[in-house]
Design a protein around this ligand. Structure first.
Ligand code: FAD
Length: 493
């Protein structure tokens, strides 16, 4: 069968790409390996209690704000619930709990109240965040595309903090948004940090019904525009002609689909492995396969029978002294006394007495390497013991910090292998390839590939998170639809 464009992977980036192209009258097919659409936007239930696999909260969704305008341009209206404006993030620091509010000025004031000796540096830090995002027009949606300076791809978060702040405890605490992109401040591009943090400072929201409502809306629109949306459609190889242009792909069930444009909205390493030998320059293949994955995660899904009251509508981040090195060094795995960061996500969307509490800790796939060849439900006793041990430590750490995890009615868990099998991301990376300064822009996996007609999109190609993945799809489709045109439409949306 022949199409104008084939899109592989129905996470948010693939859905947005399919929506943008089908609206233009292109005959598109969106192909998803699993039976459910959405990738990390899926929602699942444990004994009728709903849990979101990936996206828990989003920023800048207020009327006229950036995410709102992207959704309006896509023709989607979502019902959202604001998290607590006076403290949507609760940090449990060695110096005690610190609640962080929306609003750049209020945010600066909250930090200054705890660290008054760093008032000037903190004010300048928040100004630096605002100045940095203003250089990224597809985010700020202000000014003309050509007028803006480029965001720096070499300046790190650590270098910015070192220039403004002296207190090491404050530097470590200010880095907490690293939990939303998993890069150490010494490696994290300041532009990435600013992008992630700024959107939440404009307002933090949870989506009523979860990210799956966005998935359903987009899939409905693609179908209404004549596009095809297929689940259970795993792509196993790409077909390339002698001029090194894609001409089609092959599915696991043996079918061949043809198109002159293929947008791969999945792990770039997997895409490169789908190419026939010689289709891409060896240097490109080597570079992409040599890129490092970001961290995966250990997730505990708790059903808690309690009125969580004031704890709801906030994320609770437990950040003991040294948490950054523990997170990125992984040393806590071998040291039973070590503490490590735990985030409890308490958006507060469940009706009824049982509340879902999602405990979340970054972890590499390395401890689970011995079980890599196994499949869900058949990973064996050794895996079960390791998983149980780590989840218990996570739960103990949450209890020790006083997070509301009791009375606990049931607990389940996910490991890097769960995330790997769920998303197809190498190493079960929750935010895709590691977004360090050594792997950003041309040094990473950008939308363009050396194979004609083959484009990449998704969180590995730009920035992680719902908004990052959406913007990545706009950049990728801009090659067909024109960046100036899309930018103009977004500014008017
Ligand atoms: C635990 C967790 C918490 C998070 N919390 C937040 C949050 O609160 N806010 C936020 O904004 N972001 C959050 N994120 C990040 C966010 O969910 C992701 O960055 C974003 O959803 C990625 O979208 P994507 O389209 O790039 O990729 P994915 O969602 O990974 O989609 C890729 C899709 O491709 C499919 N696929 C792969 N290989 C093939 C193949 N060969 N054939 C066909 N299909 C294939 C996969 O099945 C999948 O559906 C979180 C992520 C996780 C895991």
């Amino acid at each position: 069968m022949t199409f104008d464009a084939l899109i592989i992977g129905a996470g948010i980036s693939g859905l947005v790409a399919a929506r943008l192209l089908s609206r233009e009258g292109l005959r598109v097919a969106l192909l998803e390996q699993h039976q459910a659409l959405g990738g990390y936007l899926q929602r699942f239930s444990i004994r009728a209690t709903p849990f979101d696999a990936g996206v828990h909260y989003v920023g800048a969704l207020g009327e006229g704000q950036i995410l709102h305008r992207y959704l309006r341009h896509l023709g989607v209206t979502l019902r959202a619930r604001p998290m607590r404006p006076d403290g949507f993030e609760a940090l449990y620091l060695p110096s005690g709990r610190l609640d962080l509010p929306w609003g750049h000025q209020a945010y600066a004031r909250a930090w200054i109240a705890r660290f008054p000796h760093e008032a000037e540096g903190l004010r300048r830090y928040v100004e630096a965040i605002e100045a940095e995002v203003a250089r990224f027009p597809m985010y700020s949606l202000e000014g003309s595309l050509s007028e803006r300076g480029q965001p720096s791809t070499t300046r790190t978060l650590a270098s910015v903090l070192d220039g403004l702040i002296s207190d090491p405890a404050l530097k470590e605490a200010l880095a907490y948004p690293a939990l939303l992109y998993f890069v150490h401040p010494r490696q994290a591009p300041f532009t990435l940090h600013a992008f992630v943090l700024d959107s939440y400072l404009r307002g933090a929201y949870t989506l009523d019904g979860g990210g799956v409502t966005l998935v359903e809306a987009l899939a409905g629109q693609i179908r209404a525009a004549g596009g095809r949306v297929e689940v259970g459609a795993e792509v196993v190889s790409l077909e390339v002609d002698t001029a090194r242009r894609v001409e089609g792909l092959r599915l696991a069930d043996g079918r061949r689909l043809r198109a002159p444009l293929i947008i791969a909205a999945l792990d770039p390493k997997r895409v490169v492995r789908m190419l026939p030998p010689g289709a891409a320059r060896p240097a490109y293949t080597r570079r992409v396969l040599g890129l490092t994955e970001g961290l995966s995660a250990l997730s505990g899904y708790l059903r808690v029978e309690a009125d969580l009251g004031d704890a709801l509508g906030r994320n609770h981040h437990v950040l003991p002294r040294g948490w950054l090195d523990a997170l990125f060094g992984g040393g806590w795995l071998d040291d039973p006394r070590a503490t490590f960061p735990v985030t409890a996500l308490l958006p507060g969307y469940a009706e009824g007495l049982i509340q879902p509490v999602h405990l979340f800790t970054g972890i590499s796939a390395a401890p689970f390497a011995a079980f890599e060849g196994t499949r869900t439900g058949r990973r064996g006793e050794g895996y079960r013991r390791l998983k149980h041990k780590l989840l218990q430590r996570q739960l103990d750490a949450a209890r020790a910090a006083g997070l509301p995890v009791d009375p606990l009615r049931s607990s389940h868990g996910a490991t890097p292998l769960t995330y790997r099998d769920y998303s197809g991301n190498s190493g079960g990376a929750v935010y895709g390839l590691r977004h360090g300064v050594d792997q950003i822009g041309g040094r990473g996996a950008s939308a363009r590939t050396p194979v004609g007609g083959l484009r990449l999109t998704g969180h590995s190609t730009l920035f992680p998170g719902l908004l990052g993945a959406i913007i990545s799809a706009y950049y990728t489709c801009a090659e067909v639809l024109g960046l100036e045109r899309l930018y103009g439409e977004l500014r008017r949306a």
